[in-house]
Design a binder for this molecule. Sequence first.
Ligand SMILES: NC(=O)C1=CN([C@@H]2O[C@H](COP(=O)(O)OP(=O)(O)OC[C@H]3O[C@@H](n4cnc5c(N)ncnc54)[C@H](OP(=O)(O)O)[C@@H]3O)[C@@H](O)[C@H]2O)C=CC1
Ligand SMILES: O=C(O)CCC(=O)C(=O)O
Length: 488
Amino acid sequence: MGAFTADQVYLNYINGEWMGASSGKTVPSVNPANPKEVVGYVQASTKEDLDRAVAAAKSASRSWRKLSGAARGDLLYKAANLLEQRADEVAEAMTREMGKTFPEAKGETLRGVAILRYYAGEGMRPVGDVIPSSDSEALMFTTRAPLGVVGIISPWNFPVAIPIWKMAPALIYGNTVVLKPAQETAVTAAKVIECLAAAGLPAGVVNFVCGSGSVIGQGLAEHPDVNGISFTGSNQVGKQVGQAALARGAKYQLEMGGKNPVIVAADADLDLAVDGTISGGLRSTGQKCTATSRVIVLNEVYDAFKEKLVEKVANIQVGNGMDAGIWMGPCANEKQLETVLGYIQKGVDEGAKLLIGGSRPSSADLAEGFYVQPTVFDQVSPQMTIAREEIFGPVLALIRANSLEEAIALANDSEFGLSASVYTSNIGSILSFIQDMDAGLVRVNAETAGVELQAPFGGMKQSSSHSREQGQAAIEFFTSIKTVFVKA
Ligand SMILES: NC(=O)C1=CN([C@@H]2O[C@H](COP(=O)(O)OP(=O)(O)OC[C@H]3O[C@@H](n4cnc5c(N)ncnc54)[C@H](OP(=O)(O)O)[C@@H]3O)[C@@H](O)[C@H]2O)C=CC1
Ligand SMILES: O=C(O)CCC(=O)C(=O)O
């Protein structure tokens, strides 16, 4: 542990020990800003490694669930302090591994610290209700029981925050954990696990197994000793994970895609709306499930908004996220870059008008990295592919609306329902939007991205399995209610 060193080998963490995969193989994790740079080597684990981790978690579960919430919380506070001390190093690993800028990576790491502290405190908060019994001499109340072993499958776009917002509540409510991070960002995830290990969590309480999604991810979903699965990633894989868990009666929670709209009303503060659209749509190179993707603008302000938007997008500095002054880094990997370029081509082919961007940057310095220019399309119709499918890249689609009602109808015309925002100063418009928008997160005069750790997070429609993560809502997934009836 200690300073960040490239080319280091990162091990699995199973039953309190750092160990190599039984395959003896590792895979390189490379820098999307410069794919020739290896950030570290991570384990190519097998089913045997996974079985060992699940067995360790199962065995540790018996004593971990019996610890007091306060004792479990103490360990999470320690882990938070360790992560805070290593924030620069962890953020640098994140920037090098998946490309988001260093300030964003540092912000995410500190968000991870805050999440650990929030759930550490949760160990001391009340649980359950006293319910009047029909028997006046009895005491009836509810308490909560942990699920047991929880499998966590996390994506590459928030390599610190997402594993932590799943692990911290799992642990505080008395579960043990097996984490399978995205291979893409497993070095960063290993550093988070180092902090949990150094905090003194008992052996087996947290286990970390790197490997491919089809072997380790699917293996977790199908494992008979894994009682709950929490997943964030694509809809396609999420549904497979959910089906595998359902088939064997395990609990599951899926957070998946979005096609998040922002509505710019005629009375919007246009500068605020432009800034929110850019920040929500293009930060992290558009690789957030909450990223703004469809920009629905009322006729009256369409041209003025478009002009301001394009002017600001033109000034975005694209480059290596470790360099000062860079606002947008590369796509996280080559496949993602190809996907984004493919959607841009589809947009052009289907008749949308490219206003700015649309290709890889021309600068020779950026030729090797997985860069794409921030892109804005005009004249997008609601049936075009770029208005319907999740792109997960820095692409904004401008759509015209004649009224707020039409704008909300267009915003709802999607299979997804994760996040949505409106820019307006009219209270009636605000109330209509809050009431009529089908999304798990509705935001007024604020960008679509940027969830708060103390509030429930999750989507409607195809965006999630209808459960919620984070805040107090996490207890619903990570525990079962036990109703207790006591008579002397
Ligand atoms: N909602 C969100 O926040 C995210 C959405 N996405 C969406 O998904 C698209 C593709 O990204 P991608 O990285 O391929 O997303 P995936 O859904 O493939 O990856 C998410 C996680 O699932 C794992 N996984 C992959 N296959 C399986 C499987 N068969 N069973 C269990 N787990 C599995 C991955 O492992 P590994 O990567 O190691 O193979 C990773 O840990 C993006 O373009 C974007 O649209 C992607 C990431 C996050
Ligand atoms: O907007 C955020 O802060 C969270 C986004 C998120 O959860 C995701 O992209 O997976």
